[in-house]
Ligand binder design. Structure first.
Ligand SMILES: Nc1nc2c(ncn2[C@@H]2O[C@H](COP(=O)(O)OP(=O)(O)OP(=O)(O)O)[C@@H](O)[C@H]2O)c(=O)[nH]1
Length: 435
């Protein structure tokens, strides 16, 4: 189907074709009537003419055909009127035809004649017939003129139709399509339609249908919006509940992580966490060639506290000592419970000198404090060691432990710095090579 074809031009062509066919049909019928009418008229005239000829021949006394023929020649009226075929016969002769198209011996060619009339007067019989050719000629002329008229009519109708109807239909469709184009799909409102076109039922019906679609569109959109809002509300609720669950999970996770990394009694890092931090710090220090010192702290004669005040009081003392150490240390180092009544402090970027200073500060902070209603006095022994070049974490721990041992051995409540790896080396060499 040709997509450029418009509805208006389609209607125009169909209408003209219908008009053409119906006009041809009506004209055909008219021609038939005309033909029949002409034939009747001619037959009537032929009959009258036959009578006229017969009356003229009535006076002729002779009965021979030859005489009649001779007499016929004298009849001007017959000779002049060549519209009809005239045949004369007596009882004893054949019909003699007075027309060039009909031979004297022939009977009239009925198929080409309208009708044959016979007039019998005495022994003479006059036969007349009218040829159809003039009617056919008139018919042809009529058909040709009518055809020309029809073509002119069609052209005129085409122009008129195009000007009035096609323009009108096109306008109606253009108005509808313009209304639909400017239709706000987000907030569609029913089309008002063209006031003139609204007088036509088809236009009104289309308008009603379109407006029904628009109304259902609005209803559907409202439903979708409502569903969206409900969905969003549900998603919001779900998100909130998920967020709440997530927060709970995060808190639980934090709690678990705290539990996993914190000593339950003293609330400082436990041994597991310290081991990890210790390994990390040793690795960083070795890689960056930076200082790292370790303090091992042991509460002096703690057994006496337990023995004297009971294990529970011992626990409280341990707790308070840890809190006090943590506050004093601040963010200068990492404090952990090493085990039992022992603590470890990791001091990144601290050399022996500064580490000893920090050990001393911590020792004094406990030495000057009294716990459990000012009754219990506690002292600390501290072993200090700095990570030497190419020294492992275990070696550092051993040296710090040895320093702590030395602090205990030499009277407790003191800070002892372990010999550096280099010093130990020198000592070892001196012992191996005595002078
Ligand atoms: N209350 C309590 N006591 C603990 C805890 N862990 C270890 N202890 C006690 O700490 C004491 C350690 O005793 P020792 O190893 O003899 O050392 P000390 O008495 O501190 O003596 P020195 O370390 O030589 O100065 C023991 O009595 C342990 O029961 C604990 O978590 N709570």
């Amino acid at each position: 189907m040709n997509t450029n074809r418009t509805l208006a031009s389609f209607i125009l062509h169909k209408a003209l074709a219908c008009y053409f066919l119906s006009a041809v049909f009506v004209f055909g019928i008219m021609l038939v009537f005309f033909f029949e009418n002409q034939k009747n008229i001619q037959a009537e005239q032929a009959k009258i003419y036959g009578k006229f000829v017969a009356e003229k021949l009535q006076d002729v006394s002779t009965a021979s055909l030859g005489d009649l023929v001779a007499h016929m020649g004298t009849l001007d009226a017959i000779a002049l009127n060549d519209e009809f075929n005239v045949g004369i016969a007596t009882k004893s002769t054949d019909t003699l035809w007075f027309k060039t198209e009909v031979s004297s011996a022939d009977t009239p060619r009925r198929q080409w004649s309208t009708s044959v009339s016979n007039v019998q007067l005495g022994i003479i019989s006059v036969t007349t017939s009218a040829p159809l050719q003039p009617i056919y000629d008139a018919l042809l002329y009529k058909a040709q003129s009518y055809l020309v008229l029809l073509v002119v009519q069609l052209l005129f109708l085409w122009a008129l139709f195009k000007f009035l109807v096609v323009r009108f239909i096109r306008r109606a469709i253009q108005l509808l399509s313009r209304d639909l184009e400017i239709l706000n799909l987000k907030n569609p409102t029913p089309l008002a339609g063209d006031p003139i076109l609204s007088g036509f039922s088809e236009y009104r019906r289309i308008l009603v249908d379109i407006n029904r679609v628009i109304t259902s569109l609005v209803v559907s959109r409202n439903q979708v919006e409502r569903m969206n809002e409900q969905l969003e509300e549900k998603v919001r609720e779900k998100t909130l509940s998920l967020e709440e669950k997530n927060n709970t999970l995060v808190q639980l996770n934090q709690h678990l992580s705290t539990l996993a990394n914190t000593d339950s009694l003293t609330q400082v890092y436990n041994r597991t966490r310290f081991d990890l931090l210790f390994r990390e710090n040793v690795a960083v220090s070795q890689r960056r060639k930076t200082n790292l010192s370790l303090l091992l702290i042991d509460l002096d004669d703690f057994k006496n506290v337990n023995d004297q005040y009971g294990h529970q009081v011992g626990d409280q003392v341990l707790k308070h000592v840890a809190q006090s150490l943590s506050e004093t240390l601040g963010d200068h180092g990492i404090l952990a419970r090493w085990g039992g009544e022992e603590f470890a402090v990791l001091l990144p970027y601290y050399d022996e000198q500064r580490a000893r200073g920090m050990g001393e500060i911590l020792r004094q902070s406990i030495d000057t404090a009294y716990f459990e209603d000012q009754q219990i006095h506690i002292t600390l022994s501290v072993g200090v060691a700095r990570l030497g070049d190419d020294e492992t974490g275990n070696q550092l721990l051993n040296r710090a432990d040895m320093a702590l041992y030395e602090a205990k051995e030499s009277g407790r409540n003191r800070v002892i710095v372990a010999k550096s790896v280099e010093q130990k080396q020198l000592t070892f060499e001196a012992l191996s090579n005595p002078k």
